[in-house]
Write a protein that binds this ligand. Structure first.
Ligand SMILES: [Zn+2]
Length: 421
């Protein structure tokens, strides 16, 4: 296929896409862009090398060496930088609001998505469990429909969402059928079911979430622990959850939750078995759920997280977690290769939430792109126990593009000098 034929095909595709859904925010049309000479890492397409990326009409036109930009395209020089698909944060808390004592559901313990996303290379954030079937409409109106970030959701199995205290202990408000109904009303936006914080001895929250997940054809994410008496992690991973379901807070060691690495520093055999049967392990760093004592031996043994999410909220952002790039940098410094770190928050995260349209730079895909710098130097990284790991590399976001629009530009890579006309 020659260049002009490809372009005509893309224009037809763009026209069809335009008819399918008009943007909510009226904006100037995105400029045509050439991102030149960056090291492109697009794991889903098996691309890992210095190349150019051409973006036309808000979509990827082509990725390859020495491309000719369309007339009038703006050129972004990405020499010495990495060009990756827009990052997906699969575990965040963005149901921001003003309700008092509401924990992570319409509260100021959750955060506004656009305040955190683009500056860290993220174009998609997944709120996990802030809303349940009762208050999803409020979350959608208040956050999802207003954010420039693509905000998706795991519905809490609790109808009222993650409001803390007794609200999250109410078995009578955990309805699989109504939860699945809400999922089916918002396909592709509600992308999973969340179970969290239940402290009773019953398995009901998990079994109902799995029933809702089966009914709505979405995965279940479990924040496990704190049960009195404790429930078996082995039973959760090998019996209750289905392949494709997710354990979050993988590297936590908290009261009431058996850690994945045992006292001798070995990953428990049933955890390895769970991975083989398709259980997804999500980092879910957060404010209390990531210890180097767990992560370092696990990563050394090759037990890397499938997805490196933040568990972003007002607490974790100002402690050891900070942001998704700091969290990814920890794994980079523990020995996980950049390509794999990138894969986790692009191709893998997209596959887990069943949004195969996201997380890659295929021709025709919406142009969500992050341009990252790997800084070299001496850096310290803090875990949720206050322990520090020293490292020599750290990811920083130079530029973020969402749907072809430059939404973050740290050093003016996409801008002309002020002295130029
Ligand atoms: Zn969380």
């Amino acid at each position: 296929m020659n260049h002009s034929a490809g372009r005509i095909g893309l224009i037809v595709l763009l026209f069809a896409a335009g008819l399918a859904g008009a943007p909510l925010h009226a904006q100037a049309p995105p400029p045509d862009l050439l991102i030149r000479n960056g090291h492109v890492v697009d794991p889903r397409n098996n691309i890992d090398g210095v190349m150019d990326v051409v973006i036309v009409g808000g979509r990827i036109l082509q990725v390859g060496p020495n491309l000719t930009p369309p007339a009038g395209a703006r050129t972004i020089d990405a020499t010495d930088l990495y060009v990756v698909p827009g990052l997906i944060d699969m575990h965040a808390h963005v149901f921001f609001g003003t309700e008092k004592d509401a924990y992570l559901s319409n509260s100021d313990t959750a955060v506004q998505p656009d305040s955190h996303s683009f500056r860290s290379g993220q174009t998609t954030m997944v709120d996990v469990g802030g809303a349940g079937w009762r208050n999803f409409a409020q979350f959608k109106e208040q956050v999802i429909d207003r954010a420039r970030t693509r905000v998706l959701a795991f519905l809490n199995i609790v109808g009222s969402g993650m409001k803390g205290g007794p609200v999250e202990q109410n078995l009578a408000d955990m309805d699989a059928r109504l939860t699945a109904m809400r999922v089916r009303q918002h396909p592709g936006v509600i992308v999973g079911i969340k179970v969290a914080h239940y402290s009773g001895p019953e398995w009901d929250p998990v079994t109902r979430a799995v029933a809702a997940g089966r009914d709505g054809d979405v995965p279940v994410m479990v924040d496990f622990g704190g049960h009195t008496p404790p429930l078996s992690l082995e039973d959760l991973l090998l019996t209750h959850l289905r392949p494709g379901d997710i354990l979050t807070h993988t590297y936590a060691h908290v009261r009431g939750r058996i850690p994945i690495v045992d006292e001798d520093g070995r990953v428990r055999p049933y955890v390895l078995q769970a991975r083989t049967r398709g259980i997804i392990f999500d980092a879910g760093h957060g404010g209390g759920s990531f210890l180097f004592k767990q992560a370092v031996p696990a990563v050394k043994a090759g037990f890397h997280p499938d997805v490196i999410s933040t568990d972003l909220h007002a607490g974790s952002m100002n402690s050891g977690m900070k942001d998704i790039l700091n969290t990814m940098s920890k794994f980079l410094n523990m020995g996980m290769p950049l390509r794999e770190v990138t894969r986790s928050n692009t191709a893998t995260a997209a596959a887990v939430i069943k949004r195969p349209d996201l997380g890659h730079l295929s021709a025709g895909a919406e142009a969500d792109v992050a341009v990252l710098r790997v800084r070299r130097g001496t850096f310290g990284f803090i875990d949720t126990g206050g322990g520090k790991l020293m490292g020599d590399q750290k990811l920083e976001c130079e530029l973020t593009i969402k749907g072809g629009q430059v939404v973050w530009d740290l050093n003016g890579l996409s801008r002309p000098r002020w002295t130029e006309p």
